[in-house]
Design a protein. Structure first.
Length: 374
């Protein structure tokens, strides 16, 4: 078609899922023409807890990136404190330290790596995606062999495919700000829950520069307002004085759609790959983005290949997370899990891996939680 640009791969969304998809496609085939579109220029702020599980950095290292460069200027965070709805607590060293890097910096660094590998970036608010048998048309101006939708919770690509949005009980909303690190909690990630307005939790993740990313979230189905989100943050983290408070919706993996066939793929938040226990999304974003970039080489079969790769790598974890999120709706079950984690480092590690990466509901953790039920 006259006046229509042709690209091998068009990635819609320049965040972690999109940038990783671009990197992955280029690593598989360096001659691939890859265009990344985003409605914002980078660097830009993104509402998030800013926490990076070591497993997320492993995915990026597998694509040739240096995790130390991506996290430069921010100290590792070795410990995690969990508090259950009734006040049961567990604090231990994690199996590997996490990192906390503001998304404004992390996303820009990751996108810069994709551009250095050969991707092209343009600022564009995509409004129309039209899948076809041979090509995918984007806004009537761009033609792609494969389109990767990594455009977040309000994904235009997902809507273009006719994929339903998550139900309210499969959708969370969280508010995030930055505040001085609470006393005694530098070097400790904090996740604290409450029976009030359950399921709900707050977090404090230290950046290593005297500040912490702090926030509070709960399910949309509870009818929470912005005022109640702010009240919940102050209730669970008393004394914090956050700045830059912004809210964001989180499509949970308990409501994830079936990955579509054909030439259009979904990754990250657009695929509802948010951990329903913790709201963690970056690990699932970079992993699904990496797999989408790999699948893009398969053209018309890309959707089926992406679905198979995701199922092989994450299928078991996602099924376990759905079960765990259902169990977690009972506050005393959460308290039992926290008490079990406090009593056994191995159980603590199982709980953390399930909450932040690709863990499972292990027999060890389940048995320990049952023993501590009250």
């Amino acid at each position: 078609m006259a006046g229509v640009e042709r690209w091998d791969v068009v990635v819609i969304g320049g965040g972690p899922a999109g940038a990783t998809a671009a990197l992955s496609a280029l690593r598989r085939a360096p001659s691939t023409s890859v265009l990344v579109l985003d409605r914002a220029d980078f660097p830009r702020d993104k509402v998030c807890g800013d926490g990076l599980a070591p497993e997320a950095l492993d995915v990026l290292a597998g694509l040739g990136l240096d995790p130390a460069a991506l996290t430069a200027g921010f100290r590792p965070v070795p410990r995690l404190r969990l508090t259950g709805p009734s006040g049961a607590g567990a604090e231990r060293a994690m199996h590997r330290p996490a990192a906390v890097v503001p998304r404004e910096l992390f996303d820009a660094r990751l996108l810069d790596a994709a551009l250095a590998a050969g991707a092209v970036f343009r600022r564009r608010a995509v409004r129309r995606v039209e899948p076809g048998a041979d090509r995918v048309l984007v806004d009537g101006a761009l033609s792609a062999g494969v389109v990767i939708g990594a455009d977040g919770a309000e994904s235009v690509v997902r809507r273009a495919l006719g994929v339903r949005t998550n139900r309210a009980d499969q959708l969370a909303v969280a508010i995030r700000g930055y505040a001085p690190v609470p006393r005694g909690l530098d070097g400790v990630q904090v996740v604290t829950t409450t029976a009030q307005r359950w399921p709900a939790y707050a977090w404090s993740f230290p950046l290593g520069d005297g500040r912490a990313n702090v926030g509070y979230g709960e399910l949309v189905s509870g009818g929470v307002t912005r005022t109640q989100l702010v009240e919940g943050l102050h209730r669970l983290l008393p004394g914090v004085a956050p700045e830059r408070l912004r809210a964001h919706r989180l499509p949970l993996s308990s409501g994830r759609p079936r990955q579509p066939d054909g030439r259009v793929l979904l990754a990250g938040d657009a695929a509802a790959l948010i951990n329903p226990l913790t709201g963690e999304g970056i690990f699932y974003a970079v992993l699904s983005g990496a797999l989408a970039g790999e699948a893009a080489a398969h053209g018309a079969r890309a959707g089926a290949v992406h679905r198979r790769l995701l199922g092989r790598r994450l299928g078991g974890t996602l099924r376990h997370l759905t079960v765990a999120s259902q169990l977690s709706r009972v506050p005393r079950v959460m308290d039992a899990a926290v008490r079990a984690a406090a009593a056994d480092q191995r159980v603590f590690d199982d709980v953390v891996r399930l909450g932040l990466a690709d863990g499972r509901l292990t027999a060890r953790a389940l048995a320990a939680a049952v023993r501590t039920l009250r």
